[in-house]
Design a protein around this ligand. Structure first.
Ligand code: MTE
Length: 319
């Protein structure tokens, strides 16, 4: 079944995105200009639960549900229940430890197998690539999930800007290394800095975004300020936070989780209810803020858009 979820494209994204892509977007979009400016919270039918601590009354988000009708996870839960091992492995402890994190000035380098390597300041990126709102589900490999209204732009637009060479096949991402600001990086169990990777076609897929904010606000430190990846059809650990480097390569890059425990965390990490984690089932998830469990959807509900990327692949072997 084709879902028509396109709402409005107030930014001229037809100029930057191929027609077939933007008209088929299953996304709620909103011109945000610069994230967090001049926005007003509006109710569009269903009310999100517990928005009492949503940061400001002058904020607008365009959606209260995702495209499957699932309510947004409360802002409070989104910013207080986090995985960010650079601070702590305790999910409810990240937000307080991240309070003093200063994500500025911030430069992202993009290089490797590209014709036009560049270093962008976060301000340059925000100016160059129009920010839009997209509501995506985030499904953690640990069995919980959230629905989050992200603000960001397509990673593919940025990759186009640096002109990938024909030999580029993967994108490798690296988080900031700064143990003064990120005390968890003193934990010797992990090979810091945090690294992740995607196949180039996954990185260029229009659902893959670099997020610079959420709930109409600049990205909170605990969620990966000032810029993080969001790949909605993959387990949350692929969505690397606080990125300082993107490198295009011809070989599958090493990633933190795949390096530590390759039998538990594959390179692909596509959400797949039929492939269990060796220590637990992946068939259901607990939506934060809800009771009970939900059946996990193949590719986290984005199969229509992304299943074609894996045509002919054995998804049990390539987990
Ligand atoms: N990125 C970095 N640099 N460090 C991390 O520990 N955790 C990952 C991912 N990105 C992580 C990271 C995991 S396991 C998840 S589930 C998501 O971030 C959680 O994102 P959230 O805290 O914004 O919900």
């Amino acid at each position: 079944m084709k879902r028509s979820l396109y709402r409005s494209v107030p930014i001229p994204s037809s100029e930057i995105t191929p027609e077939h892509v933007y008209t088929n977007r299953r996304l709620f979009m909103k011109a945000a200009g610069t994230a967090g400016l001049g926005m007003l919270l509006t109710a569009c039918g269903v009310q999100p639960h517990d928005l009492t601590e949503t940061p400001s009354a002058d904020q607008e988000i365009d959606a209260t549900t995702d495209e499957l009708g699932d309510l947004l996870t409360s802002y409070t839960d989104v910013i207080t229940y986090n995985n960010f091992y650079e601070f702590t492995t305790n999910k409810t402890g990240v937000s307080s430890l991240a309070k003093s994190f200063v994500p500025s000035p911030w430069i992202i380098e993009i290089g490797g197998l590209v014709s036009n390597p560049k270093a962008y300041s976060i301000e340059d990126l925000m100016k160059k690539f129009a920010q839009e709102e997209r509501v995506y589900r985030l499904r953690c490999v640990e069995g919980w999930s959230m629905v989050i209204p992200w603000i960001g732009f397509e990673l593919g637009l940025l990759l186009d800007d640096v002109e990938p060479l024909g030999s580029a096949r993967y994108a490798a991402f690296t988080t900031l290394l700064d143990s003064k600001q990120m005390p968890g990086q003193g934990n010797p169990l992990y090979p810091w800095p945090y690294t992740e990777g995607l196949r180039l076609d996954e990185a260029q897929h229009p659902l893959t975004i670099l997020a610079t904010g959420l709930y109409g606000q600049p990205m909170p430190a605990q969620n990966g300020a000032p810029i993080r990846l969001v790949v909605p059809w993959k387990y949350g650990f692929k969505s690397i936070k606080s990125i300082v480097k993107i490198e295009l390569t011809d070989r599958q890059p090493a990633t933190l989780w795949n390096t530590i425990a390759p039998n538990e965390y594959g390179f692909y990490a596509n959400v797949n209810p039929e492939v269990d984690h060796p220590r637990w089932s992946q068939a259901t998830d607990r939506r934060i803020g809800e009771r009970g469990r939900r059946e996990t959807l193949m590719f986290n509900g984005y199969a229509e858009e992304v299943a074609g990327l894996y045509a002919g692949m054995d998804l049990k072997a390539n987990y």
